[in-house]
Design a binder for this molecule. Structure first.
Ligand SMILES: C[S@@+](CC[C@H](N)C(=O)[O-])C[C@H]1O[C@@H](n2cnc3c(N)ncnc32)[C@H](O)[C@@H]1O
Length: 190
């Protein structure tokens, strides 16, 4: 990641913290960047944009990977909050990644059934209580060989009880990785 993008993400992280806008931790960002590099992820669906911190992290790493492979990255990111959607559009523009990112202002629960395309990866970071329903619709959109990650699965395990039950019931193999001292992500490989 170039120094300008790193500096912009640092600024965005401190603005998010002071305005209580949620965003992935630096450590989770590094972990996700590793997944993008390992799997050469070129298309990604993100559910839960907030102000675009994770979106810009993905866009930066996917652009690096794409440049090496002479491929063009594509991110579709969804949020149902108009102020968050507007802030993310502005931040992604300032970070020079508008050509990579398609912003969708919608409820993921309504938008997901309209999607026909498959993605290399899906990142779920929306309302924790909706995770089971979002996962159910998003998992079929991951192409063979792709990956799906759900954020905050340890801290908000209680709010995600039906998601845990759903995954266990279907027997979908997964792994929980502690990316922070107090929280982790759940990873699914297809
Ligand atoms: C934890 S924040 C996302 C943080 C972001 N991924 C980052 O790391 O910068 C969750 C966001 O998801 C949005 N959200 C929650 N439930 C949603 C849904 N059903 N559809 C669309 N957006 C949703 C909220 O408005 C909020 O902005």
């Amino acid at each position: 990641m170039d120094s300008n993008t790193k500096a912009f993400l640092g600024l965005l992280k401190s603005r998010n913290l002071s305005a209580s806008v949620p965003s992935i931790s630096l450590e989770t960002g590094e972990f996700l960047a590793g997944l993008v590099r390992k799997h050469s992820t070129m298309s990604l669906l993100e559910l839960g944009t907030a102000h675009g911190y994770s979106t810009i992290t993905f866009a930066a790493v996917m652009s690096e990977v794409g440049a090496k492979a002479e491929d063009s990255p594509r991110i579709v990111t969804v949020d149902f909050s108009k102020p968050s959607y507007d802030a993310a559009v502005a931040n992604v523009l300032k970070a020079w990644f508008s050509h990579v990112v398609e912003h969708v202002f919608a409820d993921a629960l309504n938008f997901l059934p309209t999607l026909a395309e498959k993605f290399d990866a899906v990142f779920i970071d929306a309302e924790k209580r909706s995770t089971a329903r979002i996962f159910e619709m998003a998992w079929p959109l991951v192409r063979e060989g792709g990956w799906l990650v759900v954020d905050d699965v340890v801290k908000f395990r209680g709010k995600m009880a039906d998601f845990y039950a759903h995954v266990e019931k279907l027997g979908i193999p997964h792994e929980i990785v502690m990316t922070d001292s107090d929280d982790g992500v759940m990873i699914f490989l297809k």
